[in-house]
Ligand binder design. Sequence first.
Ligand code: S3P
Length: 211
Amino acid sequence: MGTVTSFEKTSMVNAAAQKPAENAPDQALKSEILRALGSRSLVLVGMMGAGKSSIGRRLATRLGLNFADADTEIETAAGMTIPEIFEKHGEPYFRAGEARVIARLLDHGPQVLATGGGAVMDQRTRDLIRSKGISIWLKADLDVLSKRTKRRGDRPLVDKMKELLPLREPLYAQSEIVVQSRDEPHDTIVDEIIAVLPKHLNIADGPEKNS
Ligand code: S3P
């Protein structure tokens, strides 16, 4: 689609280079995870307010992976904020660009990739995530999501969250890993993801712990 070529630019963030890892997993476990991941991405999906970007950034730092945020990439590529894209061009234009940006980002694994809340509604995006990534649904209750999204005015669909949630949950539920995002420190959620990764990456019994 010619109208969305401006979404093709890139601005990858190397979270690992920006901040030293805190609570880094055992080196042996980390090496096993990275080896088993190969060029695949850890792809965070879920509703707005689920914590995909903040948890994703921490997860990337802990594993020493690059972090990419699809929403940020779209804004950088379009030279506009998401509300401006919705306002000027409408949601279908945004969705077309979003699908293209995610397809491009998925060619740059391994990494942690945070997707926008509506990304999984696109069948091709779901197929690409399945073939090039490990999907992680940050599941959260509506009251948690509403509380977290209230403060920021940069989400055009925030008022539709209640209607969107039941339409999207069956698709989020197809994710390989489901983690409950709740009022806990983000590092706790990151710990939970790292704890279940070996099983989903077919790492036999996990590496031996030294400590
Ligand atoms: C959207 C979620 C937003 C952003 C856009 C549309 C949605 O991303 O992609 O405002 O449809 O749920 P976050 O989930 O990162 O807020």
